[in-house]
Design a protein around this ligand. Sequence first.
Ligand SMILES: CC(C)(COP(=O)(O)OP(=O)(O)OC[C@H]1O[C@@H](n2cnc3c(N)ncnc32)[C@H](O)[C@@H]1OP(=O)(O)O)[C@@H](O)C(=O)NCCC(=O)NCCSC(=O)CC(=O)O
Length: 413
Amino acid sequence: MGSAPAANVREICRARRADGPAAVLAIGTANPANCVLQDDFPDFYFRATKSDHLTGLKDKFRRVCQKLGVQKRYLHHTEEMLGAHPEFLDLHAPSLDARLDIAKAAVPKLAAEASRRAIAEWGRPAADITHLVVTTNSGAHIPGVDFQLVPLLGLRPTVRRTMLYLNGCFAGAAALRVAKDLAENNRGARVLVVCAELTVLLFNRPEEGCFQVLINQGLFGDGAGAVVVGADPVITTPAVREHPLFEIVSAAQTIIPESEDVIAMHLTKGGYGGNISTRQVPVLIGDNIERCLLDAFEPLGIGAEWNDLFWDVHPGSSAILDQVDAVLQLKPEKLAASRRVLSEYGNMFGVTVIFVLDELRRRMEKGEEEGAPEWGAMVAFGPGLTVETMVLHRCVAQGTGAAAPPEDKLTVA
Ligand SMILES: CC(C)(COP(=O)(O)OP(=O)(O)OC[C@H]1O[C@@H](n2cnc3c(N)ncnc32)[C@H](O)[C@@H]1OP(=O)(O)O)[C@@H](O)C(=O)NCCC(=O)NCCSC(=O)CC(=O)O
C-alpha cells in the first residue's frame, strides 16, 4: 500500500475537523431521592453516628453548617444504610470495599438518570452519541461507570469512552474541556459528558480535633450532571433540530504554584482520607482567579469588565464565592446561579458546575440574568489547587431564550 503525500494527509485531517466551536447542546441533572435539610442535619448526623454525647462538637458542627451556604442536599446514604454498616462509623475500621460496592451499584444509575434527561432534551437517539466522557470521584472500578452506561443508555458498543477518575471538584470542567477537543477535532462527533458523585466514601463519625470530617459532612452532596456537546448543530428531520445553548470558546487549566497539599485526598481502608485547607482555599483562589481569567479572556480580545459576563463559578462554599465576589468586584446577582445551586444541592464536587450551567440557562430563559450577557466564564477549582477556566458564549435566544442557531449556521445531517 503506497503512502499518501503529506499534503493529502493534512487535507484528510482538516476535513475531519468540525467547522465551528463545540457547544453545549443539552443538559440533564439528577439527585438521589433522600433530601436532607441543613437545619436538621446536625441532629441526624450525631444521632446516626451515635455521637450525641459530643455536645460541644455538635454545637460547633451546627455553627459550621450555617456558614457553608447550604440549605438542602440530597444523599444516597440513609440512616438505614448506615445502620447496616457499623464499620462506616469508625475512622479506623476497614470499610472501603463496602463503600465501593455501594458506589458501584448506585453511581451508574444516577449517572444514567442525568444522561437520559440530557439525551431527551437533545432530541436525537442515544445511538447518535459518538463519544462518552465520564468522571467520578466515587469509585475505582474497571470496567467503570463509562462501561456500565453503554447498555443502560443504549449507546453503541463502538462509542469511544474516556473515564476520568479522582479529579476532585474540577472534574466536571475537565470533562467538558476534553469534550470540547473531541467535538472540534471529529466532525459530527456528539460527546456525552457525565459526572456523578456519591459522598458515601466520605461519610465518617465526628471526632474531636478532626475539622475535616465536619466539613465533609456539612458541605458535600450527591448528584449527577450530563451534557451533550457537539459542534456544527444539525437538523436531522424538520422536527428535530439541535439547539446550542452555550458555545465553549476556550478551555484552560492552571496549577497554582506550591499548592500540592492545599486540597489533597486519597483512598484509605476507611474511605476517603486527606485534607482540605479550608482557610487557605478561599485566599488562594482570591489571589489567583483574576490572573486565570485574564489569561483566558485577553487572547480572545474580550474586555475584562467582569460585571458584563455571566458566571458559572464552582460553589466550593459561600466563603469561596464571597472571595470571588470581592476580588472581581462583582455585583451581588452575578454569582446568583452558583449560590442557588450551593444552597439547594450542596457542593457536589465536579457535578456542581453542570448544575450551575443548567441554572444559568433557566435564569436566561426566564429573563432573570440581568443584562442578558452574551459572554461568560466557568471557573472550577480542585485538588492541588487547580483552576479550570472556560470562556462561554451564549447562543442568542430567538424569542424565549431557548437558544436556536441562525439558519446559516445549521447543517443538515
Ligand atoms: C470552613 C469555613 C466554613 C469557616 O467559615 P468562617 O471562616 O466564616 O467561620 P469561622 O472562622 O467562624 O469558623 C467557624 C468555626 O470553624 C472553625 N474552623 C474554621 N476553619 C477551621 C480549620 N481549618 N480548622 C479547625 N477549625 C476551623 C472555627 O474555629 C470556628 O469554630 P467555633 O465556632 O468553635 O469558634 C470557611 O472558611 C470555608 O467555607 N472555607 C472553604 C471551604 C472549602 O475549602 N471548600 C472547598 C471544598 S473542596 C472543593 O470544592 C474542591 C475539591 O474538593 O476538589
